[in-house]
Design a protein around this ligand. Structure first.
Ligand SMILES: [Zn+2]
Length: 437
């Protein structure tokens, strides 16, 4: 899953590079081509400076290219929009989200006025903005953008061009992260069908697609569909990399999850142990994926009431995550939640409270970077004041509720207690339509 996400988010930079190459090609026939080349040169320099971590120089250089583009082509020209997108990308890579959003929105506005509504460059603008929103956890705003991107690119390039596959995977992964499996599964199946008939780099990602499709079916409880997909993924990884590769461990880990859900505990434990061993050997003992394995094994021991072993594994995972992850990472929230449940089940209230407090702080720090709402989205956020009290969700549902809502189901230990509506939204949950929290 993690690998899949990495795979799908990276091509943003390729998109920009492609845009730059296209620009170079088209500028040669423009009367102002010399100045156009200059914009491209300055942009290239800005990107280079950014890559060398000379951040403020990179920003200033990108601003310069925006100015040259505006002077040469005018304030409503798509070339200016492209220069702005490069500046936006640089801001984005530096974590300056509100600055990035502002220039991305200006670029989009220029292209919306200058280009036909299904122009591929418009898809690039929308894609940039969507990636930014995704990085900020603004998933609800992200989905309609990715849908438009996919539609434009399918029409412009056909169903199975790499850029279209990438767009489809991004939308699918986002649906997946929002637990919208009915929407995600058809997209993953389409990708799989394309990967099965093509060769080259697209085909290399087939194991990732098999895994994520399996996880989506798993989440829906369609276990009979999961096992064949994962066995196929395992066989393909083994053939390609052998049995001591992280990719093989991911498939093993997912298969262990299936066996656990089916109550096949000893089979599950055996696979978790193998996955852990491979990850420790191939990624090093302090990698977040090692922590994930430890945490997964911990939940297995927990469900067998082997609390001491569960605690030992969770604590090891915690010490890795404390060093390896940024504050607010979802894996950290999951792990802290596991610890709260573990100690509550054993009646160790003080310890449970300690980790509960840390869990709340984790969500707080996850919220920090997205506290500013853009002018473009202010109009669309609901006017009526949202509920500000604590909200609750079942671990396995995508909605959150007020405490007394009839729709809130699940065992006590499966209920996640969020400090506020924002925290729940940040975690990808959506408000219940019945109790309207
Ligand atoms: Zn409700």
């Amino acid at each position: 899953m993690q690998k899949f996400e990495n795979h799908v988010s990276h091509p943003a930079i390729h998109t920009i590079k492609m845009a730059l190459l296209l620009t170079l090609a088209t500028l040669c026939i423009l009367p102002a081509y010399a100045r156009g080349d200059l914009v491209t040169d300055v942009e290239t320099e800005a990107l280079m400076l950014n890559k060398q971590e000379r951040y403020s120089e990179a920003v200033n250089t990108a601003k310069e290219s925006v100015k040259i583009a505006e002077d040469t082509f005018g304030a409503d020209h798509p070339r200016l929009a492209k220069a702005m997108s490069v500046l936006g990308l640089i801001y984005f890579s530096q974590g300056k989200y509100s600055e990035a959003e502002s220039v991305y929105l200006q670029a989009l506005k220029i292209d919306e006025n200058a280009l036909v509504k299904d122009h591929p460059d418009l898809a690039t603008d929308l894609d940039n903005l969507a990636l930014l929103y995704q990085a900020q956890g603004r998933y609800a705003e992200c989905i309609p953008l990715y849908k438009r991107v996919l539609k434009i690119r399918e029409k412009a390039f056909g169903l199975d061009k790499p850029i279209v596959v990438t767009s489809r995977n991004r939308l699918g992964s986002l649906y997946f992260s929002q637990k919208m499996y009915d929407e995600a599964i058809p997209l993953f199946k389409q990708t799989l069908a394309i990967q099965e008939k093509t060769s080259g780099p697209d085909r290399d990602s087939i194991v990732e697609t098999l895994n994520i499709l399996a996880l989506a079916y798993h989440a829906q409880g369609k276990y009979d569909k999961v096992e064949p997909l994962l066995k196929r993924a395992l066989a393909m990884s083994e053939k390609k990399h052998g049995q001591f590769h992280p990719e093989y461990a991911t498939s093993l880990n997912n298969l262990a999850g299936l066996y656990k859900a089916q109550g096949k505990y000893s089979k599950s434990l055996q696979l978790y142990k193998r996955a852990l061993e491979i990850r420790e050997r191939s990624l090093g003992p302090n990698h977040p994926d090692v922590a994930k394995s430890l945490s997964n094994m911990g939940t297995l021991y927990f469900s067998k009431a082997r609390f001491g072993e569960a605690e030992r594994l969770y604590k090891r995972a915690l010490s890795i995550n404390e060093k390896a992850l940024k504050p607010g990472h979802p894996d950290m929230a999951t792990l802290l939640n596991n610890l709260v449940v573990l100690y509550n089940t054993q009646g160790k209230r003080a310890k449970a409270q300690h980790y509960h407090k840390r869990l709340m702080n984790t969500w707080d720090s996850a919220l920090k970077p997205e506290s500013n709402i853009s002018p473009a989205t202010q109009g669309t956020t609901q006017k009526k004041k949202p509920y500000t009290g604590r909200v609750y969700a079942s671990k396995f549902s995508r909605s959150f509720h007020r405490r007394n809502c009839v729709e809130l189901t699940g065992n006590e230990e499966e209920i996640i207690d969020f400090k506020s509506r924002e925290h729940a939204m940040q975690d990808g949950a959506i408000p219940c339509k019945t109790c309207k929290p």
